[in-house]
Design a protein around this ligand. Sequence first.
Ligand code: ATP
Length: 300
Amino acid sequence: MRVDIDGLAVEVAGRRLIHEVTLRAAEGQLIGLIGPNGSGKSTLLRCVYRALRPAGGTVRLDGADLHAMDAREGARLLAALPQEGQATFDFTVAEIVAMGRLPHQRGSGRASAADEEICARALARVGAGHLAHRGFPGLSGGEKQRVLIARALAQQPRVLVLDEPTNHLDIAQQLEVLALVRDSRLTVLAALHDLNLAAQHCDALYVLDGGRIVASGAPHEVLTAELLAEVFGVRAHRVRHPETGAVQLLFDRLPQRTDTPEAAPPDTPEAAPPGAPDGDGPPPPGPDGAADSPSLPSPR
Ligand SMILES: Nc1ncnc2c1ncn2[C@@H]1O[C@H](COP(=O)(O)OP(=O)(O)OP(=O)(O)O)[C@@H](O)[C@H]1O
Protein backbone atom coordinates (compact mmCIF):
# COMPACT_ATOMS: atom_id res chain seq x y z
CA MET A 1 0.00 0.00 0.00
CA ARG A 2 1.38 3.42 -0.91
CA VAL A 3 1.61 6.26 1.57
CA ASP A 4 1.48 9.85 0.34
CA ILE A 5 1.96 12.67 2.80
CA ASP A 6 1.35 16.10 1.33
CA GLY A 7 1.88 19.48 2.93
CA LEU A 8 1.40 18.02 6.42
CA ALA A 9 1.40 20.52 9.27
CA VAL A 10 0.99 19.57 12.94
CA GLU A 11 0.31 21.88 15.87
CA VAL A 12 0.48 21.02 19.56
CA ALA A 13 -0.72 23.46 22.21
CA GLY A 14 -0.99 26.19 19.60
CA ARG A 15 2.62 25.74 18.45
CA ARG A 16 3.39 24.55 14.93
CA LEU A 17 5.83 21.65 15.28
CA ILE A 18 5.67 20.17 11.77
CA HIS A 19 5.76 22.34 8.68
CA GLU A 20 4.68 21.35 5.17
CA VAL A 21 6.01 17.79 5.16
CA THR A 22 5.77 15.88 1.91
CA LEU A 23 6.81 12.24 1.87
CA ARG A 24 6.27 9.32 -0.49
CA ALA A 25 6.44 5.63 0.36
CA ALA A 26 5.79 3.16 -2.42
CA GLU A 27 4.25 -0.23 -1.67
CA GLY A 28 6.65 -2.36 0.38
CA GLN A 29 9.26 0.34 0.92
CA LEU A 30 11.01 0.92 4.23
CA ILE A 31 11.32 4.67 4.69
CA GLY A 32 13.57 6.00 7.43
CA LEU A 33 12.89 9.23 9.25
CA ILE A 34 16.05 10.64 10.79
CA GLY A 35 16.90 13.86 12.57
CA PRO A 36 18.35 15.13 15.82
CA ASN A 37 16.50 15.07 19.15
CA GLY A 38 13.51 17.35 19.07
CA SER A 39 13.44 17.64 15.26
CA GLY A 40 9.86 16.40 15.10
CA LYS A 41 10.11 12.71 14.14
CA SER A 42 7.70 11.46 16.83
CA THR A 43 5.28 14.34 16.28
CA LEU A 44 5.14 13.62 12.56
CA LEU A 45 4.63 9.89 13.15
CA ARG A 46 2.00 10.53 15.84
CA CYS A 47 0.02 12.39 13.23
CA VAL A 48 0.47 9.54 10.76
CA TYR A 49 -0.86 7.00 13.25
CA ARG A 50 -3.69 9.36 14.16
CA ALA A 51 -2.75 10.25 17.73
CA LEU A 52 -2.72 13.85 16.44
CA ARG A 53 -4.85 15.48 13.78
CA PRO A 54 -3.16 17.47 11.05
CA ALA A 55 -3.41 21.26 11.16
CA GLY A 56 -3.03 21.11 7.39
CA GLY A 57 -2.24 18.69 4.60
CA THR A 58 -3.10 15.03 4.17
CA VAL A 59 -1.90 11.49 4.77
CA ARG A 60 -3.27 9.17 2.08
CA LEU A 61 -3.13 5.37 1.91
CA ASP A 62 -3.52 4.25 -1.70
CA GLY A 63 -5.16 7.63 -2.29
CA ALA A 64 -7.67 7.46 0.61
CA ASP A 65 -7.45 10.17 3.28
CA LEU A 66 -6.41 8.37 6.49
CA HIS A 67 -7.83 11.05 8.78
CA ALA A 68 -11.24 10.81 7.11
CA MET A 69 -11.53 7.06 7.83
CA ASP A 70 -13.27 5.68 10.89
CA ALA A 71 -10.95 4.41 13.62
CA ARG A 72 -11.55 0.72 12.94
CA GLU A 73 -10.95 1.04 9.20
CA GLY A 74 -7.76 3.04 9.82
CA ALA A 75 -6.53 0.46 12.35
CA ARG A 76 -7.03 -2.38 9.91
CA LEU A 77 -4.73 -0.63 7.45
CA LEU A 78 -2.09 0.92 9.69
CA ALA A 79 -0.45 -0.26 12.91
CA ALA A 80 1.98 1.68 15.06
CA LEU A 81 4.72 1.13 17.55
CA PRO A 82 4.69 4.41 19.45
CA GLN A 83 7.75 5.64 21.30
CA GLU A 84 5.75 5.94 24.52
CA GLY A 85 4.78 2.26 24.10
CA GLN A 86 6.92 1.33 27.09
CA ALA A 87 4.14 2.52 29.42
CA THR A 88 3.24 -0.06 32.03
CA PHE A 89 0.14 -2.03 31.09
CA ASP A 90 -1.09 -4.39 33.77
CA PHE A 91 -1.79 -7.16 31.26
CA THR A 92 -0.15 -10.41 30.24
CA VAL A 93 1.88 -10.50 27.05
CA ALA A 94 -0.81 -12.64 25.36
CA GLU A 95 -3.45 -10.02 26.27
CA ILE A 96 -1.32 -7.18 24.90
CA VAL A 97 -0.80 -8.97 21.57
CA ALA A 98 -4.51 -9.89 21.41
CA MET A 99 -5.30 -6.14 21.39
CA GLY A 100 -3.86 -6.11 17.87
CA ARG A 101 -6.86 -8.17 16.73
CA LEU A 102 -9.51 -5.74 18.03
CA PRO A 103 -9.94 -3.81 14.74
CA HIS A 104 -10.82 -7.12 13.04
CA GLN A 105 -13.41 -8.27 15.60
CA ARG A 106 -17.09 -7.48 15.42
CA GLY A 107 -19.95 -8.08 17.84
CA SER A 108 -18.77 -9.69 21.09
CA GLY A 109 -15.18 -8.76 20.40
CA ARG A 110 -14.20 -12.29 21.47
CA ALA A 111 -10.97 -13.68 20.04
CA SER A 112 -11.58 -16.58 17.66
CA ALA A 113 -9.27 -19.57 17.29
CA ALA A 114 -7.94 -17.87 14.15
CA ASP A 115 -7.18 -14.69 16.15
CA GLU A 116 -5.30 -16.74 18.73
CA GLU A 117 -3.30 -18.45 16.02
CA ILE A 118 -2.39 -15.10 14.43
CA CYS A 119 -1.24 -13.76 17.82
CA ALA A 120 0.83 -16.86 18.57
CA ARG A 121 2.52 -16.55 15.15
CA ALA A 122 3.21 -12.84 15.68
CA LEU A 123 4.84 -13.55 19.05
CA ALA A 124 6.88 -16.38 17.55
CA ARG A 125 8.07 -14.10 14.72
CA VAL A 126 9.66 -11.72 17.21
CA GLY A 127 11.13 -14.62 19.21
CA ALA A 128 8.86 -13.96 22.19
CA GLY A 129 6.56 -16.98 22.18
CA HIS A 130 7.97 -18.10 25.53
CA LEU A 131 6.81 -14.81 27.11
CA ALA A 132 3.10 -15.27 26.32
CA HIS A 133 2.01 -15.86 29.92
CA ARG A 134 4.33 -13.35 31.56
CA GLY A 135 3.04 -10.06 32.93
CA PHE A 136 3.98 -7.18 30.60
CA PRO A 137 5.21 -4.83 33.35
CA GLY A 138 7.84 -7.36 34.49
CA LEU A 139 9.53 -7.65 31.09
CA SER A 140 12.86 -6.04 30.21
CA GLY A 141 12.81 -3.02 27.89
CA GLY A 142 13.88 -5.16 24.92
CA GLU A 143 11.28 -7.84 25.65
CA LYS A 144 8.55 -5.18 25.88
CA GLN A 145 9.65 -3.72 22.56
CA ARG A 146 9.42 -7.12 20.86
CA VAL A 147 5.97 -7.77 22.35
CA LEU A 148 4.70 -4.42 21.08
CA ILE A 149 6.08 -5.20 17.62
CA ALA A 150 4.22 -8.52 17.81
CA ARG A 151 1.02 -6.62 18.67
CA ALA A 152 1.50 -4.43 15.58
CA LEU A 153 2.09 -7.52 13.39
CA ALA A 154 -0.97 -9.27 14.87
CA GLN A 155 -3.01 -6.30 13.65
CA GLN A 156 -2.18 -7.51 10.10
CA PRO A 157 -1.91 -3.98 8.73
CA ARG A 158 -0.74 -2.90 5.30
CA VAL A 159 1.38 -0.06 6.72
CA LEU A 160 3.59 -0.05 9.82
CA VAL A 161 4.64 3.12 11.63
CA LEU A 162 7.54 2.50 13.99
CA ASP A 163 8.93 5.12 16.36
CA GLU A 164 12.41 3.97 17.29
CA PRO A 165 11.73 0.24 16.84
CA THR A 166 15.27 -0.68 17.88
CA ASN A 167 15.07 1.18 21.20
CA HIS A 168 16.14 -1.05 24.11
CA LEU A 169 17.23 -3.87 21.79
CA ASP A 170 20.71 -5.39 21.82
CA ILE A 171 22.58 -5.38 18.52
CA ALA A 172 21.47 -8.88 17.49
CA GLN A 173 17.83 -7.99 18.20
CA GLN A 174 18.14 -4.69 16.34
CA LEU A 175 19.28 -6.54 13.23
CA GLU A 176 16.59 -9.20 13.72
CA VAL A 177 13.81 -6.63 14.04
CA LEU A 178 14.89 -4.69 10.97
CA ALA A 179 15.19 -7.92 8.95
CA LEU A 180 11.73 -8.93 10.16
CA VAL A 181 10.30 -5.55 9.18
CA ARG A 182 11.90 -5.90 5.74
CA ASP A 183 10.64 -9.45 5.30
CA SER A 184 7.11 -8.38 6.25
CA ARG A 185 6.90 -6.59 2.85
CA LEU A 186 4.67 -4.02 4.49
CA THR A 187 5.11 -0.35 3.73
CA VAL A 188 7.02 0.99 6.72
CA LEU A 189 7.76 4.46 8.07
CA ALA A 190 10.33 4.23 10.85
CA ALA A 191 12.04 6.87 12.96
CA LEU A 192 15.59 5.69 13.53
CA HIS A 193 18.42 7.20 15.53
CA ASP A 194 21.09 4.79 14.36
CA LEU A 195 22.15 6.24 11.02
CA ASN A 196 24.16 3.16 10.08
CA LEU A 197 21.16 0.88 10.57
CA ALA A 198 19.09 3.38 8.60
CA ALA A 199 21.64 3.41 5.77
CA GLN A 200 21.78 -0.38 5.65
CA HIS A 201 18.07 -1.13 5.78
CA CYS A 202 16.07 1.78 4.36
CA ASP A 203 15.07 2.33 0.74
CA ALA A 204 14.97 6.08 1.30
CA LEU A 205 15.63 8.52 4.12
CA TYR A 206 13.86 11.76 5.03
CA VAL A 207 15.79 14.14 7.26
CA LEU A 208 13.85 16.31 9.69
CA ASP A 209 15.27 19.42 11.28
CA GLY A 210 13.17 21.96 13.15
CA GLY A 211 9.98 20.22 11.99
CA ARG A 212 10.87 20.50 8.30
CA ILE A 213 12.19 17.98 5.80
CA VAL A 214 15.63 19.27 4.86
CA ALA A 215 16.80 16.37 2.68
CA SER A 216 15.44 13.15 1.21
CA GLY A 217 16.56 10.41 -1.12
CA ALA A 218 18.56 7.20 -1.17
CA PRO A 219 20.76 6.79 1.94
CA HIS A 220 24.01 7.29 0.00
CA GLU A 221 22.66 10.56 -1.45
CA VAL A 222 21.35 11.89 1.84
CA LEU A 223 24.07 10.92 4.31
CA THR A 224 26.75 13.33 3.17
CA ALA A 225 29.40 14.79 5.47
CA GLU A 226 27.94 18.26 4.82
CA LEU A 227 24.42 17.27 5.85
CA LEU A 228 25.60 15.41 8.95
CA ALA A 229 27.67 18.43 10.03
CA GLU A 230 24.83 20.85 9.34
CA VAL A 231 21.94 18.89 10.86
CA PHE A 232 23.55 16.66 13.51
CA GLY A 233 26.61 18.77 14.31
CA VAL A 234 29.06 15.89 13.85
CA ARG A 235 32.01 15.19 11.60
CA ALA A 236 31.36 12.03 9.61
CA HIS A 237 33.58 9.84 7.46
CA ARG A 238 31.83 7.66 4.93
CA VAL A 239 32.96 4.13 4.25
CA ARG A 240 31.27 1.31 2.35
CA HIS A 241 30.02 -1.86 3.95
CA PRO A 242 32.43 -4.45 2.52
CA GLU A 243 29.67 -6.94 1.68
CA THR A 244 26.56 -4.90 0.92
CA GLY A 245 28.19 -1.71 -0.35
CA ALA A 246 25.84 0.32 1.87
CA VAL A 247 27.19 3.64 3.10
CA GLN A 248 28.37 3.42 6.70
CA LEU A 249 29.51 6.29 8.85
CA LEU A 250 32.25 6.88 11.40
CA PHE A 251 31.67 9.87 13.65
CA ASP A 252 33.78 12.45 15.45
CA ARG A 253 32.93 15.67 17.20
CA LEU A 254 33.03 18.71 14.99
CA PRO A 255 35.76 21.14 15.95
CA GLN A 256 34.32 23.74 18.35
CA ARG A 257 33.32 26.95 16.63
CA THR A 258 35.79 28.80 18.87
CA ASP A 259 38.70 26.65 17.61
CA THR A 260 40.75 28.52 15.03
CA PRO A 261 43.42 26.86 12.88
CA GLU A 262 46.02 28.98 14.70
CA ALA A 263 44.71 27.98 18.15
CA ALA A 264 44.51 24.24 17.46
CA PRO A 265 47.71 22.30 18.10
CA PRO A 266 48.85 20.35 15.00
CA ASP A 267 48.12 16.91 16.50
CA THR A 268 44.58 17.53 17.82
CA PRO A 269 42.06 14.74 17.11
CA GLU A 270 40.45 17.00 14.52
CA ALA A 271 43.60 16.95 12.39
CA ALA A 272 43.31 14.18 9.81
CA PRO A 273 46.03 11.52 10.15
CA PRO A 274 48.48 11.41 7.24
CA GLY A 275 47.02 9.49 4.34
CA ALA A 276 43.49 9.45 5.82
CA PRO A 277 40.60 10.03 3.42
CA ASP A 278 39.42 13.63 3.52
CA GLY A 279 35.87 13.73 4.73
CA ASP A 280 33.03 12.57 2.58
CA GLY A 281 34.47 10.36 -0.13
CA PRO A 282 34.52 6.63 0.54
CA PRO A 283 38.10 5.41 0.95
CA PRO A 284 39.36 2.90 -1.61
CA PRO A 285 38.54 -0.65 -0.58
CA GLY A 286 41.34 -2.90 0.67
CA PRO A 287 42.20 -6.18 -1.05
CA ASP A 288 39.24 -7.93 0.56
CA GLY A 289 36.85 -5.14 -0.30
CA ALA A 290 37.00 -3.64 3.20
CA ALA A 291 37.79 0.02 3.66
CA ASP A 292 41.23 0.44 5.24
CA SER A 293 41.22 2.57 8.33
CA PRO A 294 44.70 3.51 9.51
CA SER A 295 43.34 4.67 12.87
CA LEU A 296 41.74 1.33 13.83
CA PRO A 297 43.73 -1.26 15.79
CA SER A 298 44.63 -4.40 13.87
CA PRO A 299 42.57 -7.48 14.62
CA ARG A 300 44.10 -9.82 17.18
N1 ATP B 1 2.90 17.75 23.70
C1 ATP B 1 3.84 18.65 23.42
N2 ATP B 1 3.76 19.90 23.91
C2 ATP B 1 4.69 20.83 23.62
N3 ATP B 1 5.77 20.59 22.84
C3 ATP B 1 5.90 19.37 22.33
C4 ATP B 1 4.94 18.34 22.58
N4 ATP B 1 5.35 17.22 21.91
C5 ATP B 1 6.51 17.54 21.30
N5 ATP B 1 6.84 18.83 21.54
C6 ATP B 1 8.03 19.53 21.06
O1 ATP B 1 8.12 19.33 19.66
C7 ATP B 1 9.45 19.18 19.25
C8 ATP B 1 9.60 17.88 18.49
O2 ATP B 1 9.44 16.81 19.40
P1 ATP B 1 9.48 15.29 18.92
O3 ATP B 1 9.28 14.43 20.12
O4 ATP B 1 8.56 15.12 17.78
O5 ATP B 1 10.98 15.18 18.39
P2 ATP B 1 11.82 13.88 18.00
O6 ATP B 1 12.55 14.20 16.74
O7 ATP B 1 10.94 12.68 17.99
O8 ATP B 1 12.83 13.82 19.23
P3 ATP B 1 13.65 12.58 19.88
O9 ATP B 1 14.65 12.17 18.86
O10 ATP B 1 14.28 13.23 21.06
O11 ATP B 1 12.66 11.50 20.23
C9 ATP B 1 10.31 19.25 20.51
O12 ATP B 1 10.78 20.57 20.63
C10 ATP B 1 9.31 18.93 21.61
O13 ATP B 1 9.68 19.54 22.84
